[in-house]
Design a binder for this molecule. Structure first.
Ligand code: UDP
Length: 470
């Protein structure tokens, strides 16, 4: 019998690519006879890191093949957001996806939700398509339910000003919906709605989560409460899939890890806003003041504020100038108990260090999973994408984070609030600490032999192999 080839199609963002490749590695680890090919969509931005990563995986995991789609040139400045760029890029890549699928004997096509426009192509070739959610089941519940909300009103989320009751989730303010979806006239909203409408037509929904992390939204989806009267494909929870490239061994020489090794157990708060989160210059200074007043040890990844220059919007920000950005004397005053690092830290290794006792996070899904796997309680400070939505779930449902409260109008977080939350996170928050520890153990069990995520993977692979036999 021929071994099935599974084609993975991630969207260009690094977080999405890394999660998809980790899915490929997870499949191959348990089912080494399968073949995995990853379609790499042409990155019009951040080309350096994507290509370096792909080269690294090609060299270290030769059983994963990469198929590079041709480059598409786009006038980035004509797009309102990164999400709009990605949707357009993937749409324009479709003829190349068709050529790729025509040349590959694919038994299954696993696509990122940004790649929805490629579904009809897979249908032409009779290849079953699975969506891969790089966010949690809470976000899948929202997308499955979105057509119900859409058809019940003509208002945009930004104008609704009410609580939304999505099955399986705590009530969520309409203003906390995904940032690029707040206005229904935006093309991003239409594209995400298109994804929602295609969910019932997919062969399955693969989610980077584990059963016991999000039981309520998973139950609501599976019972059809998010798509009343419609079809709900099977849901496979195969996580937590973490970035295993981001491991201690590779970063032994990194200063911040050496520094963490010298700090007392669970004494350091780690502050980082994902791969893209930028704070204004005023907010950076305010955070510094609050952090200093808290008296707690800290490791802080500082980035330059967002640029005013429209032409540089989608480019990597310049290295931050600490002297200019942080309050006068901050680094000197806090040098014995704090460390600021420029732009990036090896996060998985940082969170896994015994000295880290709390994480101020922007609530990106990968960061959440990484904190849960390390058993580190969080303070939830969202900035963009679906992070405000995630915060509600983290704080009110999972109870693994305390909420950082911002000013309602401006979204500004005061120094007093930073001080209060950091102290609460490091000294109080008993329930949060207990819950995150419980989830840490459950995450490990899910990925171990006989665990729920391994069992879900087996079910999926059985579907692919039985289709080949029939
Ligand atoms: N990350 C990191 N160091 C940093 C910032 C981010 O290693 O200084 C990694 C982090 O470990 C995570 C990813 O980048 O795997 C960020 O993904 P997430 O979904 O949390 O947020 P996004 O950047 O996609 O908003």
């Amino acid at each position: 019998m021929t071994s099935p080839t599974i084609v993975l199609y991630p969207s260009p963002g690094m977080g999405h690519l890394v999660a998809m490749v980790e899915l490929g590695k997870f499949i191959l680890h348990h089912h080494p006879s399968l073949s995995i090919t990853v379609l790499i969509s042409p990155p019009s931005f951040n080309t350096g890191s994507t290509m370096d990563y792909v080269r690294h995986i090609s060299a270290t995991v030769p059983s994963i093949s990469f198929h590079h789609l041709p480059t598409i040139s786009l006038d980035l400045l004509s797009f309102p957001s990164m999400e709009a760029v990605i949707f357009e890029l993937l749409h324009l890549s479709n003829p190349h996806v068709r050529s790729a699928l025509a040349s590959l004997p694919a038994s299954a096509f696993i696509v990122d939700f940004f790649c929805t426009s490629s579904l009809p192509i897979a249908a032409e070739f009779h290849i079953p398509t699975y969506f891969f959610l790089t966010s949690g089941a809470c976000v899948l519940a929202f997308f499955t339910y979105l057509p119900v909300i859409h058809n019940s009103t003509t208002e945009s989320f930004k104008d609704m000003n009410r609580l939304l009751h999505i099955p399986g989730l705590p009530p969520i303010p309409s203003s906390d919906m995904m940032r690029p979806m707040l206005d229904r006239t935006w093309s991003e909203y239409q594209n995400f709605l298109n994804f929602s409408n295609e969910i019932p037509n997919s062969a399955g929904l693969i989610v980077n989560t584990f059963e016991s992390l999000e039981p309520k939204p998973l139950q609501a989806i599976r019972e059809g409460k998010c798509n009343p009267g419609g079809n709900t494909p099977p849901v496979f929870c195969v996580g937590p899939l973490l970035n295993t490239e981001n491991q201690r061994g590779e970063y032994n020489e990194v200063e911040c890890l050496k520094w963490l090794d010298k700090q007392p157990s669970k004494s350091v708060v780690y502050i980082c806003f994902g791969s893209l989160g930028l704070l204004s210059a005023a907010q950076l200074r305010e955070l510094a003041v609050g952090q200093e007043r808290s008296g707690k040890r800290f490791l802080w990844v500082v980035r330059s504020p967002p640029t005013e220059d429209k032409s540089r919007r989608f480019l990597k920000p310049p290295e931050p100038d600490m002297e200019e950005l942080l309050p006068e004397g901050f680094v000197v005053r806090t040098w014995e108990r704090g460390m600021v690092v420029k732009s990036w830290a090896p996060q998985v290794a940082v969170l896994g260090n015994a000295a880290v006792g709390g994480f101020v996070t922007h609530c990106g899904w990968n960061s959440i999973l990484e904190a849960v796997c390390a058993g580190v309680p969080m303070a939830a400070w969202p900035i963009y994408a679906e992070q405000h939505y995630n915060r509600v779930v983290l704080v009110e449902d999972m109870k693994v984070a305390v909420r950082v409260v911002e000013d309602e109008e401006e979204g500004f977080v005061s120094a007093e609030e930073v001080e209060r939350r950091v102290v609460e996170l490091m000294e109080g928050a008993e329930e949060v600490r207990r819950e995150v520890e419980k989830k840490r153990v459950e995450a490990r069990e899910a990925m171990a032999k006989g665990g729920s995520s391994v069992a879900a993977l087996r079910k999926m692979v059985d579907l692919w192999t039985s289709a080949l036999c029939s």
